[in-house]
Design a protein around this ligand. Structure first.
Ligand code: ADP
Length: 312
């Protein structure tokens, strides 16, 4: 603790995350390995949180309008701490992509500041501060991106009130292929189209799948994991907003993916695969399919990152 408190700055990799994972709306997420932002956090003598630099994206520099600033302030308020910090963000994850751009910044800020203050909080305890950043970004303090960013692997939000988050086992051969069609889709908007009431039968199917997914991770059953990646509640409504969703889903199944669904609130979609060979082949198929659709897109292929945020 003493040693960390003398640290004046810290450089971090703040990972992208995939929330919901079909059957776990607002309660399930996983952490990506080679997709993410870099952050540099430095103590200042101004007793203020300042967003000193952002590269790669046009985002608010005002601390109260940036999720990193809001999350950082929530942490410092809880500690009654007056130390100030400068936060630099190199954005590689596009805001509004659906792979936890806001979560990476919020989680990175609280993780870095916590380290520079001698680690008064555990990573689990940091989740609630990072969630304040999510409240700013989408109007809803959800944890299914910030939890896996902070804890790595798969996270399950057992309850929000009180907040209880569980880490689930990772499976080493899992690969996540992400396609981000660059259309604008705000989390606020894609949340607003979701119906607030649902049929009991659909709920039964959904919680059956979510429980089976948890079992599959514990028993290392890749096939069961694939069969559990189903969403009868959110996907039928939201997928309409995502260009060529059905075609990509069919392509994924035809090429041996375990499952396919919307990443977070979209527009990104994910295909979960077992092994590099299947994932690389599907990546080439997605590339070819989307190339003539007149929509700019990014493709990312990643392992599941068991560690979460990394100190660089
Ligand atoms: P994502 O699911 O990719 O995180 P959201 O729509 O949830 O996308 O969040 C993006 C929103 O958060 C945008 O309105 C953006 O301006 C705002 N925002 C504020 N600060 C940041 C930040 N540091 N990183 C990303 N988005 C930010």
């Amino acid at each position: 603790m003493e040693k960390d408190q003398k640290l004046r700055e810290i450089k971090l990799f703040a990972p992208a995350t995939v929330a919901n994972l079909s059957c776990g709306y607002d309660v399930l997420g996983c952490c990506l390995d080679n997709v993410g932002d870099e952050m540099l956090i430095r103590k200042n003598d101004k007793k203020q949180i300042r967003i000193s630099k952002i590269t790669g994206q046009d985002l608010p520099m005002e601390a109260d309008k940036n999720v990193a600033g809001v999350a950082a302030k929530a942490l410092l308020t809880a500690l009654g701490e007056s130390q100030g910090f400068d936060i630099e963000i190199e954005k590689n994850i596009k805001a509004g992509s659906g792979i936890g751009s806001s979560a990476a910044s919020a989680a990175g800020a609280v993780f870095g500041i916590n380290k520079l203050l001698g680690t008064p909080f555990s990573n689990i305890e940091l989740i609630k501060f990072a969630m304040e950043g999510e409240r700013l970004a989408s109007g809803n303090a959800h944890a299914d991106n910030v939890a896996p960013a902070l804890l790595g692997g798969f996270s399950l939000v057992k309850s929000y009130n009180p907040l209880e988050v569980l880490s689930l086992p990772n499976l080493p051969e899992l690969r996540m292929l992400i396609l981000h069609p660059q259309i604008e889709l705000k989390t606020k908007d894609s949340r607003s189209i979701i119906r607030q009431n649902l049929e009991l039968q659909k709920a039964i199917n959904q919680w059956g799948n979510l429980a089976a997914l948890v079992s599959a991770l514990y028993t290392k059953d890749y096939e069961l994991l694939g069969r559990s990646l189903k969403d009868e509640i959110i996907e039928p409504v939201r997928s309409i907003l995502i260009p060529y969703f059905d075609e990509l889903k069919t392509l994924s199944a035809a090429n041996g993916a375990l499952g396919f669904g919307i990443s977070g609130s979209g527009p990104s979609v994910f295909a979960m695969c077992k092994g590099d060979k299947t994932a690389e082949k599907l990546k080439a198929e997605f590339q070819e399919f989307y190339a003539d659709k007149n929509i700019d897109f990014d493709l990312h292929l990643s392992k599941i990152n068991s560690e979460g945020i990394k100190v660089l």
